[in-house]
Design a protein around this ligand. Structure first.
Ligand SMILES: [Zn+2]
Length: 339
């Protein structure tokens, strides 16, 4: 798991520029003997297993991450930028970034009276260029960057930028590796694009797949740090979380009940998640066409959307066990009835 997560978190892939991470995922799938992966027009990567096509679960993890886009190159060589996805401005000064071509930058800040009034417009990226002309030889307006934050492992904990949602991508790959060839229903695994800017890839791909059930695999916040910003009982190391709600979806009670039942039958530890902020691909999937009963499997993660995202190895492994068990369970004795 560590090696896989190291590769996945090192790949470049801010929302809208997922070419690097998608090529890596395609190689990982080929190494698993999976030759039939399809890329749709938005860039979603789709792998389908099993029959029949009219009894299908869509399982989604997003390949994109948050990032930064250059809006302006100033005469003195400094770059102004806009965030891609939800980023807290106060966490940024001093942070290292990397652009697609490998160029490193650091975020600097103008002097302001009150640090609490910091805005993105008072920040800039410094790539070491002495002038605007010199900067333009390296980067262009519209180029994107991500946190320069390679993976470190400390005991059972993994720390890296982009674990949201490369941890989910790793969980899908590991599940695919171990999934038996015969399944009670078909499943499409999708590595989606542009989740961080509004669940856009998932919206398009749900229409294409037309599933009877949906499941998103993503990270969720924890409340297990000193004076946590977000009050939630979810902790690292206590198992994957079964989502009840976030700001994008109220999960279908039949899906959450099935997830709890399977976890209990298989003795897989799990937690219950009610997230007051944020969303996942489940938000787009459940509103596709005439509606899709959808749930979400969440990997607890500290410091989401910072260069120091942290997840627990055992939560990942228990997440794989739960997803494997779920996909080997018949989801519906009477397909076509959603309640
Ligand atoms: Zn995410």
């Amino acid at each position: 798991m560590k090696e896989l997560l190291t590769r996945l978190t090192a790949a470049f892939g801010p929302a809208g520029r997922e070419e690097g991470i998608r090529a890596l995922l395609q190689r990982e799938l080929e190494n698993l003997g999976e030759s039939g992966a399809v890329v749709d027009d938005l860039g979603n990567l789709i792998v389908s297993r099993g029959e029949p096509a009219d009894r299908r679960i869509l399982v989604a993890a997003h390949m994109d991450g948050i990032g930064f886009m250059i809006t302006c190159i100033e005469e003195n060589g400094f770059l102004r930028f806009t965030p891609i996805g939800g980023i807290q401005v106060h966490s940024l000064p001093g942070t290292r970034l990397r652009f697609r071509g490998g160029i490193t930058g650091v975020i600097g800040q103008e002097k302001i009276k009150e640090q609490k009034d910091l805005e993105f417009s008072r920040l800039y990226i410094d790539i070491g260029a002495a002038s605007g002309k010199e900067a333009e030889q390296q980067v262009q307006i519209g180029d994107t960057a991500v946190f320069n934050a390679p993976l470190a492992a400390e005991g059972d904990r993994f720390i890296a930028g982009a674990l949201d949602d490369r941890a989910g991508c790793a969980l899908l790959l590991e599940t695919l590796k171990r999934l038996p060839s015969t399944l009670p229903q078909a499943v499409s695994f999708v590595f989606t694009v542009q989740e961080e800017v509004g669940l856009r890839g998932a919206q398009a791909v749900s229409y294409r797949i037309n599933p009877q059930f949906g499941l998103a695999v993503d990270v969720t916040r924890t409340g297990d740090t000193p004076e946590p910003q977000f009050k939630t009982p979810v902790s690292l190391g206590k198992g994957p979380a079964i989502k009840i709600k976030d700001n994008s979806v109220i999960c279908h009670p039949r899906v959450t009940a099935l997830m709890r039942r399977v976890a209990e039958e298989k003795n897989i530890p799990y937690q219950i998640e009610v997230l007051e902020q944020g969303g996942t691909d489940a938000g787009a999937i459940h509103l596709s066409r005439t509606g899709v009963p959808t749930g979400a499997l969440s990997i607890p993660c500290r410091y989401i959307h910072t260069p120091g995202e942290m997840v627990d190895r055992t939560d990942m492994e228990n997440g794989v066990s739960l997803l494997l068990a779920l996909l080997q369970t018949e989801w519906n004795g009477s397909w076509g009835r959603s309640w």
